[in-house]
Design a binder for this molecule. Structure first.
Ligand code: NAP
Length: 486
């Protein structure tokens, strides 16, 4: 196998600021690790505050010209990015697997998903419209004009190193905004490759800037304190989201927050069990369970609980754990040691409160950060894993006897990102769709992410939407002109 790092030349493992690729002002670098082996695969620049502000300089210098670039031209550059990502899918996927650990097949799916945001927003770029209307009292006209909000700061997580950035960069560029992205320190390489690809397809200098750093707090707070920044979009934990919301308040920034989840997946007794099993497996295990929309709590109605549990446990036990590059691997490495330790703690806590482990539950020896697919039953309501985001391949199954009971349990969380329900009864499905306090719901489906649908949570899972037509509105300010016409 050729080295997946070959795709990113050493000069592009540096900061992308304006038209340059440069070292951090301090010359500092930090190591990026392959989570499957624990070995260092690259060193990247470790930006400080001055570097972050240099990236913002570049974004604000480019802002007026990019906003004035014809939408069709912006659209063509997004389409070119979509094509380049699609043509180079394999190299991008291998870099994702290298730095993040997911199986190659899932990395390829992420490239397809991430690329699709560029295609979708290439189509949206030319459909931004205002309105012209007569004031209700007569005498004048109302003209509305959407305008780009201005330079945006993006902070992204490690679990989808390409897609979480693509969801922000594509609509921002479509709307006419310039950007500074700070990817997660554990997975900075894919975002650097995206910036390189966008340079190659001709996106003008200063429109896409990328700042890698180990000092996220310092660098991002300096960017948010600078009045040239007009918007912050963050994907990550609710805890950090709260910090950024507080910082954004000082500058009254537009904010989009894609935060944590604690999804309930509900299997009703009337469900098609094959469909429910398939859906539960993908909702739990996609991305090794390291997904904000992962099924955190699986509630199964009593008449089918035993059969569902038996078949789900068999399927979980048959999944192959290993390095993402190896053939036939279903479950790759987790991102780091603390993530594995957290799963161990959550399982020990549940078992201490009376839960039983049906499969998995024991971390393997050896290098890399692996944890086996794990199923628990008899998990009491006060177990930590029902209240916290598990973020790994651990599935608690809980029985229920009435819709009111399970709805109340599902909603008993500060989170409100997504829920899943499996039933063949349309009215029941609609009652859950309306009653679950979430921004999204999968009905007889475990996979809901789609660039053409508005992704986002309610409650403490976030503010705003990514994807769909709503996605571009996050990057537009509507101004209005009152035009006298007696
Ligand atoms: P995280 O710890 O919140 O980190 C996310 C990003 O924020 C990283 O780039 C991180 O930089 C940065 N960061 C950390 N502390 C910061 C601070 N004080 N100021 C500014 N930036 C800071 O989350 P994570 O562990 O990477 O990702 C997992 C979380 O993301 C989960 O809760 C998951 O549910 C959520 N998520 C949500 C969605 C959604 O769409 N709702 C999608 C994916 C993931 P460093 O890497 O340098 O720490």
């Amino acid at each position: 196998m050729s080295d997946p790092m070959d795709v990113l030349a050493p000069e592009h493992r540096r900061l992308r600021i304006g038209d340059s690729w440069r070292d951090a002002a301090s010359g500092a670098t930090f190591a990026v690790e392959d989570p499957a082996t624990g070995t260092t695969v690259a060193e990247v620049a470790d930006a400080g505050v001055a570097d972050g502000l240099a990236a913002l300089d570049a974004a604000s210098r480019a802002a007026a010209q990019w906003a004035a670039t014809p939408p069709r031209k912006r659209s063509e550059l997004l389409t070119a990015t979509y094509r380049a990502l699609t043509d180079r899918s394999e190299e991008v996927a291998r870099l994702i697997t290298l730095e993040m650990g997911k199986p190659l097949a899932e990395a390829r799916a992420e490239v397809a998903y991430g690329a699709e945001f560029f295609r979708w927003f290439a189509e949206e770029a030319v459909r931004v419209e205002g309105r012209y209307s007569t004031a209700p009292a007569g005498g004048y006209r109302i003209l509305t004009v959407p305008k780009p909000v201005g330079p945006c700061v993006f902070v992204t997580p490690w679990n989808f190193p390409l897609a979480m950035g693509a969801r922000k960069i594509a609509p921002a560029l479509a709307a006419g905004c310039t950007t500074v992205t700070k990817p997660a320190a554990q997975t900075p390489l894919t975002m650097l490759l995206l910036a390189r690809i966008m340079e190659e397809v001709g996106v003008p200098a200063g429109v896409v800037n990328v700042v890698t750093t180990r000092r996220a707090g310092e660098v991002v707070s300096a960017l948010l304190a600078d009045t040239r920044t007009r918007k912050v979009s963050f994907t990550g934990s609710t805890e950090v989201g709260r910090v950024l919301l507080r910082q954004a308040a000082d500058n009254v920034l537009r904010t989009s927050m894609e935060l944590g989840g604690n999804a309930a997946l509900i299997v009703c007794a009337d469900a098609d069990l094959d469909v429910a099993l398939r859906g539960a497996l993908v909702a739990k295990m996609r991305n090794i369970g390291e997904s904000c929309i992962a099924a955190n709590r699986i509630y199964v109605e009593e008449p089918v609980r035993e059969e569902f549990t038996k078949r789900f446990t068999e399927r979980m036990g048959a999944l192959v754990v290993g390095r993402g590059f190896d053939d036939g691997v279903d479950v790759g490495a987790l991102i780091d040691g603390p993530s594995v330790a957290k799963l161990d703690d959550l399982v020990a806590d549940a078992v201490g409160r009376g839960a039983r482990v049906l499969v998995g539950g024991v971390r393997p020896d050896g290098p890399g950060h692996f944890y086996p697919p794990t199923v628990l039953v008899d998990v009491p309501d006060d177990a930590r894993m029902l209240r916290e985001e598990i973020f790994g391949p651990v599935a608690p199954i809980i029985g229920f006897t009435s819709d009111d009971e399970v709805m109340a349990k599902a909603n008993d969380t500060e989170h409100g990102l997504v829920g899943y329900v499996f039933t063949r009864d349309l009215q029941r499905a609609l009652r859950f769709a309306e009653g679950l306090q979430t921004g999204m719901i999968g009905v007889n489906r475990g996979l809901i992410s789609d660039p053409s649908a508005p992704f986002g949570g309610v409650k403490q899972s976030g503010i705003g939407k990514e994807g769909s037509h709503e996605g571009i509105l996050e990057y537009l300010d509507v101004t209005y002109a009152a035009i006298d016409l007696p």
